[in-house]
Write a protein that binds this ligand. Structure first.
Ligand SMILES: [Zn+2]
Length: 266
């Protein structure tokens, strides 16, 4: 993929995007290490560490299978082992981390069956959040969704793929937030993160997935308050992403979590 040319317009963190964003050659999208204290991610407590790790999973700086050692995390965040352990157990409960006795914690690697379950759950929940947002047709919601689309476009055009990828996943979280139901919004946020893991693990059948247009179409349906069509589009959109995945193409890379969690160069 040429970062300077046409960029993939997928919504949900395609493998191509991940490679473009994280695994480029020397000098491109390099992450700053944590040699300097100023580069450490700032987190004061367990909630802050959780936010950092969740964001790193969502934008695929921490791919599936990445080992998360307590010692590395303690060093990275400059917080105690108790805090780090608490966060790892929360992430495990959320399905984002796997903890094995005597083998430590790793970023979860959903298998094909789990991947299908994640997409099925998303279709069930997000058809509902999509319908609720479109039924209300609140101009403020249309404005917020439009701003997400525009900002994603700007980030992609500027080559800031990791942020663009996160924002495109965030579109779905935004829809859920706009639905006004915090329980559904929390569920969607975690499912979007788990989708990041799935898409990092399985190759895309079509190479690139161009789902950006679906988001734009969705915003238009909200504006016109076509709630049934909005729900149908969301279901279809998520089904298309699932169908594009090659479940026989697992990917695994080992990376240094201290570098991955450091703040990226601007
Ligand atoms: Zn999408």
């Amino acid at each position: 993929m040429d970062e300077g040319g046409a960029l993939p317009q997928d919504c949900a963190q395609s493998a191509a995007c991940r490679e473009g964003a994280v695994h480029k050659g020397p000098g491109q999208n390099r992450l700053v290490g944590v040699v300097h204290a100023g580069n450490r991610p700032r987190a004061r407590d367990a909630a802050g560490v959780h936010e950092h790790l969740l964001a790193a999973i969502v934008d695929q700086r921490l791919p599936p299978g990445t080992r998360l050692t307590e010692a590395d995390l303690v060093e990275t965040f400059d917080l105690g082992r108790r805090v780090v352990g608490e966060v790892l157990h929360r992430l495990a409960w959320e399905g984002l981390v796997t903890i094995l006795p005597n083998r430590g914690a790793r970023v979860a690697s959903p298998d094909a069956a789990e991947a299908r379950a994640i997409f099925a759950a998303r279709r069930a929940i997000e058809a509902g959040t999509a319908e609720a947002v479109a039924r209300a047709g609140d101009p403020a919601a249309v404005a917020a969704l439009s701003e997400n689309l525009a900002e994603e476009g700007r980030l992609r055009a500027a080559g800031r793929l990791r942020e663009a990828i996160r924002l495109s996943g965030g579109f779905h979280v935004l829809v859920a937030n706009l639905s006004g139901n915090p329980i559904l919004a929390g569920a969607v946020r975690l499912l979007v993160a788990r989708t990041s893991l799935v898409i990092a693990l399985f190759d895309n059948r079509g190479g690139l997935a161009c789902w950006h247009d679906d988001h734009a179409s969705f915003v238009e349906l909200v504006r016109r308050r076509r709630h049934r069509a909005a729900a149908a589009l969301m279901r279809h959109h998520l089904l298309e992403i699932e169908r594009d995945l090659r479940l026989d193409r697992p990917r695994r890379e080992a990376i240094d979590i201290r570098s991955a969690l450091a703040r990226p160069l601007a």
